[in-house]
Ligand binder design. Structure first.
Ligand code: ZN
Length: 148
């Protein structure tokens, strides 16, 4: 909510500045700087807000390990530490065998984005059939069910 208010205030300031610009170049410069600032703020702060709201998110690109496989499946997870009465941040990766394929060792279910069909959710996708073998993902119970 605070991020939205800050973005709205910034957009309003940029629009007022653009309205007061004397030349077209100054107008375009202000629009470019305003858009760039919002994009940078979203990149830096957006994942932190999503982490607090959802308790588990795909880790941002700079926390994913460097590899050639292009599998960005590491997660940032907030776990409640009841003893200390605070949250602890974990960088984790969940992998399981696909129960549909049933070929242990050849298939792998990884946590990925839900894309448009399961927007805002994390789902488990099989590497052999990523659009057909889709499972729900629950980071607390460590269980999932078939979604198709
Ligand atoms: Zn599968």
């Amino acid at each position: 909510m605070i991020l939205l208010i800050a973005a709205a205030l910034w957009s309003w300031l940029v629009l007022v500045g653009m309205g007061a610009a004397s030349t077209t170049v100054a107008f375009l410069k202000l629009g470019f700087i305003g858009t760039l600032t919002l994009l940078i703020a979203y990149t830096v702060l957006g994942w932190q807000f999503r982490l607090v709201a959802d308790r588990v998110i795909l880790a941002p690109w700079f926390l994913q390990p460097l590899s050639l496989s292009k599998q960005d499946d590491y997660l940032l997870e907030l776990r409640r530490n009841e003893g200390a009465k605070r949250n602890t941040l974990y960088l984790v990766r969940y992998v399981a065998n696909c129960p549909v394929c049933g070929a242990k060792g050849l298939d792998m279910v990884r946590v990925e984005s839900g894309r448009l069909e399961f927007f805002g959710r994390l789902v488990g996708r099989c590497n052999r059939a990523p659009n057909a073998h889709v499972f729900s993902f629950d980071h607390v119970s460590k269980r999932g069910r078939f979604l198709r």
